[in-house]
Design a protein around this ligand. Structure first.
Ligand code: ATP
Ligand code: MG
Length: 388
């Protein structure tokens, strides 16, 4: 179903997935005066706990989807692995964005890469491996490489770095011989991403290009300030992201992740059909956040180009910070961190801290890059995060 007139505050908006992205969507929707409904089986999910309604079923449960459809005027998703057929089912009853087709492509690395090629946006050289024959026929120039499962990977999970053909075969065996993509290992100089929003009418707005630092396959630091990325590269990233979104006829908030190679070339890595961890700084450093834009695209409200008003550095807060070197549980030094200028602490309300689990994030805003970096580095020292 398509929206003819905007869905105005007072209506109920639904989200598939109860994680931190859903929680921040709920916060934005509620501050605009919408009611919210979250579908997530976990009774303790971060978004479910702050939503007006919480449907506690699996993403593919017909009764749960029907209940959500009955509650809501429109539905979005925060979890890219929500089964695309669930979105398609909901879309027969009410407006859904992003659409099942776009989410389906983002869920499958092989389809995603084919889309990049179709849009004329360069990505890493790759091969699809679904059969033993395809494994045997792999071009040696793709090695050393990274073998990634086509589906269900996130935060570096479902990936193996492989040096040669023997390691590749062993890794595919270990991953259960599921469909995979082998990518050539590229020499990265930097990583960056663009968060954009596209409306039903094709209107396009975007946030500034974010520079991202990953550690062990997980985003660790995002920096957004003048000079974080070469201006020509940043413009190219925005153009490429726009082409990728147009090619999907995308409606909603989309993140496009890129690699900057040692020789200065820009190649696309992957897309996330939702707000993204690298866009969390927009809550505190921009005049509208990526979650505000998710609400607007879902409801068919006007999209206005957002403006970044402060330099920003975001630190991800992983569960590791809740343990000392001896492995004893502790509470991170929040009071000391909040004494730093421009600190914005966001904790997701997750009960159990586990190493590698995203528990929250911390954004530092300042008048310039120096101020934001200095405060963030001071926080790193207080919390036991490696400096960047
Ligand atoms: P996300 O949580 O971003 O969805 P993911 O599990 O989908 O993560 P990728 O983005 O594919 O994983 O890879 C994680 C990180 O591994 C990248 O950000 C990059 O640092 C590194 N990486 C991935 N592919 C390559 C490559 N072809 N060459 C070099 N480094 C790579
Ligand atoms: Mg990634």
């Amino acid at each position: 179903m398509t929206v003819q007139t905007p869905i105005l505050p007072g209506a109920t908006l639904g989200v598939l997935g109860g994680g931190q992205l859903g929680r921040m969507f709920v916060h934005s929707a509620q501050s605009l005066g919408y009611f919210t409904a979250v579908l997530d089986a976990d009774p303790d999910s971060p978004a479910g706990r702050v939503s007006h309604h919480h449907v506690r079923t699996a993403y593919d449960d017909a009764a749960g989807l029907a209940e959500l459809a009955g509650l809501c005027a429109a539905v979005t998703t925060e979890f890219e692995n929500v089964p695309a057929p669930s979105l398609a089912t909901l879309a027969t009853r009410l407006p859904v964005s992003p659409a099942a087709r776009a989410v389906g492509i983002a869920q499958d690395r092989a389809a995603e890469k084919a889309h990049f090629v179709a849009c004329g946006v360069p990505c890493a050289p790759y091969a699809v491996i679904e059969t033993a024959e395809q494994l045997a026929a792999v071009d040696a120039r793709l090695l050393p490489g990274i073998l990634k499962t086509s589906r269900m990977g996130y935060d570096g999970k479902g990936q193996a770095r492989v040096a040669d053909a023997a390691a590749l075969a062993a890794a595919w065996e270990r991953l259960g011989r599921v469909p995979c993509v082998l990518e050539q290992m590229l020499p990265l100089a930097a990583e960056c991403s663009v968060v954009l929003a596209r409306g039903r009418d094709g209107a396009f707005v975007h946030f500034p290009v974010q520079r991202n630092l990953h550690r062990e396959g997980i985003l660790a630091v995002t920096e957004v300030h003048a000079g974080n990325i070469d201006a020509a590269l940043a413009a190219e990233a925005v153009r490429s992201a726009h082409a990728i979104a147009d090619g999907l006829d995308y409606v909603g908030v989309l993140c496009v992740e890129f690699f900057v190679l040692a020789d200065g070339r820009l190649v696309v890595n992957e897309i996330a059909p939702r707000p993204h961890n690298s866009g969390h700084y927009t809550i505190d450093a921009c005049d509208s956040s990526q979650f505000d834009l998710q609400v607007r695209t879902l409801c068919g409200l006007p999209l206005v180009q957002p403006r970044q008003h402060s330099a920003a550095v975001m630190l991800n807060l992983l569960g590791d910070l809740w343990f000392d070197v001896a492995g004893t549980q502790r509470t991170p030094a929040w009071a000391e961190v909040l004494a730093l200028p421009g600190a914005h602490l966001h904790l997701y309300g997750k009960r159990d801290a586990k190493p590698g689990r995203k528990m929250g994030h911390l954004t530092f805003t300042a008048a310039d890059a120096r101020g934001a970096r200095d405060a963030a580095l001071a926080a790193c020292a207080l919390l036991g995060i490696e400096a960047f």
